[in-house]
Design a protein around this ligand. Structure first.
Ligand code: GLU
Length: 283
């Protein structure tokens, strides 16, 4: 029997939530209701440099203030590092991961101006040429390594992959889209500072929480290429995808924590009610 629809809202506690997050959470809530399903909250705190406990507390407070409710306990990614290590181990066991010792500056230099869809320098695979002896020496010398997916080799195994995009409002026919993981190059699967990456953690968790409809902003549409590839390699079922519009500021830029966009708590302090915030976002 097909499982009931389960959606998720999965913020990263790297700052306070802003209107863009509120919109995303409200889209998830509404879409889950329309489908006769449910949604869960997940805390994506794998970034040791940026995640802060006070932002986790604020996520709970701000979402409650908006009137949202979700089942407890909430999955917290920083508590699941062993699970991510095991998934990376699965990829390593079939020869799809390799250590990379390059610094950011080295990657920028080697990329020859080529970029990935996010505009970051495209890694040209420098460390793929290292011999086992060289790798051993570097690891023994304590040079920090990140582990990358050999995307070309992975694609030889998988062949062409597709994913299905569904759009709830207005309802449109599902669209089959080709994944293009090659445009991301050899992505990082395990970072230098933590034994996972956003891509690995999100794919593992969506599967373990039986998420049927991944709903996120259009800014995350392109990374689906990698997620579909990882799902296939790890033997996980791919969910359906919905990409919603982004909420822009007065200058037509995407709201962002790093650009100091006005947070929900700023709005609350200015006297906005949750009802007014919902109405401003079309809910
Ligand atoms: N944690 C991610 C973020 O806050 C989004 C997760 C996802 O939808 O994959 O940007």
């Amino acid at each position: 029997m097909p499982s009931k629809p389960i959606l998720r809202f999965a913020p990263s506690p790297n700052g306070f939530l802003h209107l863009g997050h509120a919109y995303s959470a409200l889209v998830v809530e509404r879409w889950a209701k329309q489908l006769g399903g449910s949604w869960i909250l997940r805390i994506e705190d794998i970034d040791p440099g940026r995640s802060k406990p006070e932002f986790v507390t604020a996520i709970f407070e701000d979402l409650h203030w908006l009137g949202l409710k979700w089942p407890e306990p909430v999955m917290v990614q920083s508590q699941r590092l062993e699970t991510y290590k095991a998934a990376a181990g699965q990829l390593a066991a079939v020869g799809l991961l390799y250590p990379c010792f390059c610094t950011r500056a080295e990657i920028r230099g080697a990329s020859n101006g080529q970029t990935d869809p996010d505009g970051a320098p495209l890694y040209p695979g420098t460390c793929k040429a290292l011999s086992n002896v060289q790798i051993k020496q570097k690891l023994e010398a304590g040079i920090p390594a990140q582990y990358r997916l050999d995307t070309g080799k992975a694609l030889e195994k998988t062949g062409m992959l597709t994913f299905t995009v569904v759009q709830p409002t207005p309802l449109k026919r599902p669209k089959i889209t080709y994944a293009k993981p090659e445009r991301w190059g050899d992505v990082v699967i395990q970072r230098k500072d933590t034994p996972t990456s956003y891509h690995l953690a999100v794919v593992v968790d969506d599967a373990s929480q039986n998420i049927t409809h991944v709903t996120r902003g259009r800014d995350l549409e392109a990374v689906t290429d990698i997620h579909i590839l990882l799902q296939f390699l790890l033997g996980l079922t791919s969910p359906l995808y919905t990409f919603h519009k982004l909420i822009l500021d007065d200058k037509k830029s995407k709201l962002s924590k790093s650009r100091d966009s006005q947070s929900l708590r700023d709005l609350r302090e200015e006297g906005w009610t949750a009802k007014a915030v919902r109405a401003r976002l079309g809910f």
